[in-house]
Design a protein around this ligand. Structure first.
Ligand code: S3P
Length: 447
């Protein structure tokens, strides 16, 4: 079922660029693409998906859905057909390997547990070092019998029934919320998830589109989601909107390179995902938004970004969930701003594909940008357009977003910026190189 992905790996450098220009279609959203395979695999009937992000992480979710009993067919670029199991996953013989993908493994843990099946869950070195109790603890309260390796992968799930619970996640995490809701689909009784801070709501939106009855009550910054199980999903088409998180790299590239004027089309416009755009605009960025078509129940927009001299600001901590994946590239924008950018409330960055708080600080230091790294904060002293020395090497630590940020910083710098390994970029944005080249950025593989 795997499309052939062009392999790129090893070191690379980004050369200082002249004005970036042109228009690119935003790559398919990773969160929605994972959920298309998972919900399609659970549903009754045939789910047709278009615009799926064919990245390594997402393909691993597709392979897992197939190993659990769904039929997963690749029809053409971005086009997939999933014949679902009607909520009856079968216990696979081999471990489910999610590679680098926290979203894939955590959501699937909930989905598999809800069907009453068992499974073994494994991942790569980075994923095997990430915390899983945040998911196995609430699923355990529902009756799921997980054994983990000191709270990490490999993990084993013993088949068995679940019952609904009331749960307040101790951290703002869409992955934790989603795992519990997906498990609740097969549980007996009502599950209530109360999130004190709203996180991305794609699971709720897509479950409704698949015919699931659930209620979402918003109250200021919090939300309460109630789902009575068991329920079955009915297949429905999914037209995947563009990914705001991947779009962030080209947006920041255009802001930092003088003379740039670019457009990204079809970017998902969901307030739980667009915190970076709000932040960049507060920093003075020249960003124009025009509405696009609705896709998979989400609004979309076309985003025009013109080079701007940004200014440093304090990013409100409560905004972090709506831009959690964008901090490394926001650090790049902050490096080119005039003045100081304060970013508090970043404790979750330490639990991503790498310790992204430390990795982002190291990226800046390597390229000559002053940064203070706190326990859960970053303070970047901007050097202004044309003021970033560059010339440094970013260590990516198996982290795609550090790799892309470590290249983007070089586009506006005094000298080329290197990254030690670009292999992980394929986990979320395989077209990154082509898209940057289309806009006029020069990225060179290094021996
Ligand atoms: C995701 C949720 C976020 C985000 C990840 C995708 C999702 O993780 O970092 O890239 O699709 O639900 P957390 O929920 O753990 O913050």
């Amino acid at each position: 079922m795997t499309p052939s992905l062009m392999r790129r790996e090893g070191a690379m450098r980004a050369l200082p660029a002249s004005a970036l220009s042109g228009s690119i279609k935003a790559p398919g959203d990773k969160s929605i693409s994972h959920r298309a395979f998972i919900l399609g695999g659970l549903a009754n009937g045939v789910t047709e998906v278009s615009g799926l992000l064919e990245s390594d992480d997402v393909i691993n979710s597709g392979k897992a859905a197939a190993a659990l009993g769904a039929t997963v067919e690749h029809l053409g670029p971005g086009q997939w057909r999933i014949t679902g199991t009607g909520g009856r996953f079968s216990t696979p013989e081999a471990p489910l390997d999610f590679g680098n993908a926290g979203t894939g493994v955590r959501l699937m843990m909930g989905a598999v547990a809800g069907t009453g099946a068992g499974a073994d869950f494994v991942g790569d070195e980075s994923l095997s070092s990430r915390p899983m109790r945040r998911v196995t603890d609430p699923l355990g309260e529902m009756g799921a019998r997980f054994t983990t390796t000191d709270g990490r992968l490999p993990a084993h799930l013993e088949a068995g029934p679940l019952t609904g619970i009331a749960y307040t996640p101790p951290i703002a995490s869409a992955q934790v919320k989603s795992a519990v809701l997906l498990a609740a689909l097969g549980a007996n009784g009502t599950t209530v998830v109360h999130e004190p801070q709203i996180t991305r709501d794609h699971t709720e939106t897509m479950l409704k589109a698949f015919g699931v009855s659930l209620s979402v009550k918003r109250d200021g910054p919090s939300a309460t989601i109630t789902l009575a199980g068991p329920q079955t999903l009915t297949a429905c088409p999914v037209d995947v909107p563009g990914d705001p998180s991947s779009s962030a790299f080209a947006m920041v590239a255009a802001l930092i390179v003088p003379g740039s004027d670019i457009t990204l089309t079809g970017v998902m416009d969901n307030p739980a995902r667009t915190g970076l755009i709000d932040t960049l605009r507060e920093m003075g960025a020249d960003i124009t938004l025009t509405p696009g078509p609705e896709m998979a129940g989400e609004k979309t927009m076309h985003v025009r970004v013109r080079h701007t001299q940004l200014r440093g600001i304090t990013v409100p901590a409560e905004r972090a969930p709506s831009m959690i994946d964008e901090y490394p590239v926001l650090c790049v924008a902050a490096a080119y701003a005039e003045g100081v950018t304060h970013m508090p409330g970043l404790e979750e960055l330490r639990a991503k594909e790498s310790d992204r708080l430390a990795g982002s600080a190291a990226l800046l230091r390597a390229n000559g940008v002053p940064v203070e790294e706190g326990e859960d904060s970053l303070v970047v002293t901007g050097m202004g357009v044309g003021g970033v020395p560059g010339g440094g090497e970013t260590l990516t630590h198996h982290d795609h977003r550090l790799a892309m940020s470590g290249l983007v910083i070089g586009l506006g710098a005094g000298s080329a910026a290197r990254v030690d390994d670009i292999a992980m970029i394929a986990t979320s944005y395989p077209d990154f190189f082509d898209d940057m080249a289309a806009l006029g950025g020069v990225l060179e593989p290094l021996p």
